[in-house]
Design a protein around this ligand. Sequence first.
Ligand code: NDP
Length: 337
Amino acid sequence: KIYYDSDADLNLLKDKTIVFLGFGNQGAAQAQNLRDAGIPNEKILVANRPDHYAEDAKSKGFTIENDFAKAAAVADIVFLLIPDQVQPRVFNGDFAPNLKADATIVVASGYNVFYKLLNFKPTQDVVMVAPRMIGSSVRSLYEKGKGFPCFVSVEQDGSSKALPTALALSRAIGATKAGAIASSAREETAMDLFAEQALWPNIIKLFTEAFSILQEAGCSDEALCYEMWMSKEPAEIFERAAEEGFITQLKHHSSVSQYGQLSGALKLDGTAIRAHFKDILYNQVLNGKFCEEFSKIEADLEKEGDENPLNQLYTKSGETELGQAEKRVRERLSQLL
Ligand code: NDP
C-alpha cells in the first residue's frame, strides 16, 4: 500500500502543539517542511539542549525549550529525532513521564519501537514516519516541490485514529508527495540491520579479499584503489541501477564485462551465503541479540580515543592490506596536490 497526498488530511493537525525533540539531520529538515506546509510557527516547539543545534533552530525562527519535561507537557505530537542510541535514556528519563496520555509519538526509525526500548502509555499513539533519505535531501526535495521515499506505519493505536494522524504528519513533512510506503517497525528494522550487518559487511570483506589477492598478483596500490572504488565506478553503477534497473544497467558495460558478470553470478552457489544471511537475520537481528550487544557498548561511544569501541574497530579495519594501501595512496596524492 502506498499513500499519497490525497490520502492525508492536514486539518487533523490544526491546533495541535508539535514538539521536535532534536534539531539535527532529520529534525531541522522535518520541522522546516512541516512549517512550510502551513503549520503555524507558534504551534511548533523545538526541544534541545542549549548548544549549536538550538542556536540553529533559533536562527531559523523556531521557539526553543531547553527543559525537556516542560516541552513534553505541552506536546500533542512529538517527533523523536535524536540519535537512536540515546532515545531510550532521554525519552524514558525526562520526556515520557511528562507526556500527555493521548499524545502521538513519531519515530523516524523502527529500532527502539521494535525492540521495545521506549516507555509508551497504552493510550498514546505511536507512529513511524521514516524517510529513506538524509535530512538535507528531505529538505531540498521539499523545497523543489518533490517528494522522497518514506516508510509509514502505526505501531500503537491508542486513539483508534493513529493512521490518519500518521498520514497527515507524513504529508506535512512532504513524504506523501511521491508516495509513502506502508511498512512496520519490524520490517524497517529487519531490512536496515540486515543491510548493515549482513550485506555490507560481506561487501567490505569481498573488497578486502579481492584487494589482497590482486596485490599478491602484482597489482599496484594506486591501480587497485582507482580500479576498485576511487574512480567512483561503483558509485556510478549503483546510481544507474537505481535509475534503470539492478541488472539492466549492465548494458552500459562492455560485452566482455556483461558476459563475465552475468555468467559469473549465475555460476555461483548461493547456499553458504544464504545460510550465513539467514543466521544474521534470525539469530542476530530479529531475536534482539545485536540490540543486546549494542546496548552494552552504547555508553562507551561517547568516550575519546581507544576507549571508544568504534575507534577500536576503525583501527583494526585500517590494518588490512586495503586499509594500509589506501593510506599510502592518499598520503602520496596529498603530497602531489
Ligand atoms: P542527529 O544525530 O542529527 O541528531 C542530532 C540531534 O539530537 C540534535 O538536536 C542533538 O542535540 C540531539 N541529541 C544528541 N544527543 C542527545 C542527547 N544525549 N540528549 C538530547 N539530545 C541529543 O540524528 P538524526 O537526525 O540522524 O536521526 C534522528 C532519527 O532519524 C533517528 O531515529 C534516525 O534513525 C532517523 N533517521 C535518520 C536519517 C539520517 O539521514 N540521518 C535517515 C532516516 C531516519 P544536542 O546534541 O544539542 O543535544
